[in-house]
Design a protein around this ligand. Structure first.
Ligand SMILES: C[S@@+](CC[C@H](N)C(=O)[O-])C[C@H]1O[C@@H](n2cnc3c(N)ncnc32)[C@H](O)[C@@H]1O
Length: 391
């Protein structure tokens, strides 16, 4: 196997279980590597640090899969990791037949995402190196879960950063256009081929449960960036009288409407609009709600995008504050790793100052536990939510 030596000082971070080696940190190879080759990472003095795969042209050049000298990367290790990921999920009592089975670095399988939707799996290979191991991954998944079908989703990141193209589509068995899942006491239709991400925002499962605590009987609620109605339906189930649900995607709204019918829930108004324009319009009309949810897509895909993203959040939160009745609740989420909890709190403070509203923080949430957050790998914590009472 190709040996890679890293610059002095880098070893401390790797020994602290941080699984990435950046391109400028590499000082030499035992042999020139090809994209996706398996490598042994060694410190400056030649001591073992980990086993991983390499993409010499990418900024994150090496991703480590094993910090244990006795456990090189082979089919057995991949099977073990997939098995461990599954065992961990079984212990979580997620109250759903849909969950994230493999969360990339969060499961020591960098570059791999696997979501389970009832008897079907959706996989994403997001690095060149993990894509080279796809045969082992797929056979482990098939043996362990015996799915009826596997669908491969493509990621823009892959072609842009890692330099390979994925066709996507059904790669094993058959996968229907729509799969029925349940979460808590609600059913949802998931359109795997055409839906966003892998089909459903599984990471907000906990938040969709928590939000129910803030619904007063007969409340009027607003779910902005509603997708297929995850929050809107939860709010109705918790006793809201009426919910207005806003999204820019007609497909998501179409599925949302059917989800409401499926659960026997009425009085949800589905609005196809750009949230920024629509919130401005609601504010102009003087509309007020007992509870407002803001769950936008990621505004900051990289560090450079943070200042613009914060401006976007500020505008949204400001509008959300204006639209919340005194004593009502506002929940705001960010699903970008680059937007930290502190960013979100500071932006909320700045918006509250402009809106002249006092805010009491009444809760916080993170991505649900099937999207594990590894303390030594800050990038694995990406989704944060803040719940506030607007006084
Ligand atoms: C993170 S998802 C929301 C997930 C949803 N809350 C759930 O629980 O399933 C973000 C949603 O924002 C929508 N979206 C993106 N840009 C938008 C915009 N400018 N205005 C309205 N909706 C937008 C997307 O279509 C997507 O459904």
């Amino acid at each position: 196997m190709i040996q890679v030596r890293v610059k002095p000082g880098v070893e401390d971070r790797i020994r602290g279980f941080f699984p990435w080696v950046y391109k400028p940190e590499i000082i030499g190879y035992s042999k020139k590597p090809e994209k996706g080759d398996l490598v042994v990472v060694r410190d400056f003095g030649g001591k073992f640090l980990g086993y991983g795969y390499i993409n010499p042209s990418a900024n994150i050049s090496i991703r480590i899969l094993s910090f244990n000298k006795e456990e090189p990367v082979n089919e057995e290790l991949i099977r073990k990791r997939v098995f461990q990921a599954y065992e961990y999920r079984k212990r979580l009592h997620l109250d759903s037949n849909a969950f994230r089975l493999v969360h990339s670095e969060g499961d020591l399988l960098p570059g791999l995402v696997v979501d389970v939707y009832d008897e079907y799996l959706v996989v994403e290979f997001t690095t060149y190196g993990m894509n080279r191991l796809r045969g082992w991954v797929l056979s482990a998944l098939i043996d362990l879960l015996k799915p009826k079908g596997i669908y491969e989703k493509t990621s823009e990141y892959v072609s842009a950063v890692e330099g390979f193209k994925v066709e996507g589509g059904v790669i094993y068995g058959h996968v229907p256009q729509e799969v029925l899942i349940w979460e808590h006491d609600l059913k949802f239709i998931v359109n795997i081929p055409e839906g966003q991400k892998t089909g459903f925002f599984l990471d907000q499962r906990r938040a969709r449960r928590l939000i129910r605590e803030f619904v007063k009987p007969g409340a009027e609620c607003l779910d902005v960036f509603c997708h297929t109605g995850g929050f809107a339906l939860s709010l109705k189930r918790a006793g809201a009288k009426r919910v207005m649900a806003v999204d820019i995607s007609s497909l998501a709204l179409e599925v949302g409407k059917r989800n409401a019918e499926l659960n026997g829930l009425s009085d949800i108004e589905w609005v196809e609009a750009n949230a920024f324009d629509y919130l401005r319009e609601l504010h102009r009309q003087g509309k007020k709600f007992d509870l407002v949810v803001l769950d936008p897509p990621s505004f900051a895909k990289n560090k450079a995008a943070v200042p613009n993203a914060l401006r976007g959040y500020k505008e949204l939160i400001l509008r959300g504050l204006h639209l919340t009745k005194p004593g009502g609740y506002l929940a705001v989420y960010s699903c970008s790793f680059h937007i930290t909890r502190e960013h979100l709190l500071e932006t909320t403070l700045s918006a509250a100052t402009d809106a002249r509203r006092q805010v009491r923080i009444v809760g916080e949430s993170f991505q649900d536990l099937d999207h594990p957050w590894i303390l030594q790998m800050p990038n694995t914590l990406y989704l944060k939510g803040i719940y506030m009472e607007v006084l």
